[in-house]
Design a protein around this ligand. Structure first.
Ligand code: MF3
Ligand code: CO
Length: 255
């Protein structure tokens, strides 16, 4: 992890735009493939092939020993689910897919939660609110605001719906490393004060992780998979953004 928060130059931001676009396109491809019967192994295979074909390197692969190119977290799994031939999606599931790529030395990182077949209305609500939490947080990612403004926006919206805000995992700075300072929490804690003041050209991964129940996590024996402690469904929505003077620019969302 880099030691300090870095402000990126226009040339560097252009490289992050390229990496971000590739991650966004990869997630768009995966969204089309998600349907009952597909395995998370196949999704991983397609993602890795697409990233490499387009001149990228999957950043998750071998990161601290992580064994795949994407994270596939099904239902109560919050993050870092490992793709497997044994995990076949079925009607009524939800799947959070997290994807990262490096292009020309610069990182993009993003996640979405997709429905598989038809899902319960309250679960659809969870997915929608988690995405809204990201956009409300990103609205605060402007010069002069502080990290707490992002955290407050995310937490307030999730709590209005009675949902749990995961606390043990946070967003992060991003650039030539996937994880750079600062940490970007999704909840307000008195101990963090206002947090870092934001300035134009900082690049952040804002990533609300929200559950229908508790915010507490349990970790699987595989050393990676984090699930809600009460088994409640959970959603994740992440984009890499550039802090702007008046508004943030989202790099990993491709229409
Ligand atoms: N997108 C995740 C994050 O923001 C990274 C996945 S962790 C990995 O922290 F080990 F799988 F790479
Ligand atoms: Co991230």
């Amino acid at each position: 992890m880099a030691e300090r928060i870095t402000i990126k130059s226009q040339t560097q931001l252009d490289k992050m735009r390229v990496a971000g676009r590739l991650v966004g396109e990869t997630l768009n491809l995966l969204e089309k493939l998600v349907e009952p019967g597909i395995t998370t192994y196949e999704l991983n295979h397609e993602a890795e092939a697409f990233i490499r074909k387009n001149g990228g390197i999957p950043s998750f692969l071998n990161y601290n020993g992580y064994p795949a190119s994407i994270c596939t977290s099904v239902n109560e799994q919050v993050v870092h689910g490992i793709p497997s031939k044994k995990v076949k999606l079925k009607d009524g599931d939800i799947i959070s897919i997290d994807c990262g790529a490096i292009v020309d030395g610069w990182h993009g990182d993003a996640a979405r939660t997709f429905s598989v077949g038809s899902i319960a209305p309250e679960v659809q609500k969870l997915i929608d609110v988690t995405r809204e939490c990201f956009f409300l947080g990103a609205e605060q990612a402007v010069e002069g605001n502080h990290l707490v403004d992002i955290a407050r926006a995310v937490e307030t919206h999730a709590k209005e719906h009675g949902f749990g805000v995961i606390r043990e995992m946070v967003g992060h700075g991003i650039g030539t490393h996937m994880h750079e300072p600062p940490e970007v929490p999704n909840y307000v804690d008195i101990r963090m004060g206002r947090g870092t003041r934001l300035t134009e050209g900082m690049t952040l991964a804002i990533e609300p992780m929200i559950s229908l129940g508790t915010w507490r996590l349990v970790f699987a024996d595989d050393g990676w998979t984090a699930s809600t402690a009460d088994g409640s469904m959970s959603a994740h929505y992440e984009n890499t953004i550039i802090v702007g003077k008046k508004s943030a620019e989202v790099l990993t969302l491709v229409q």
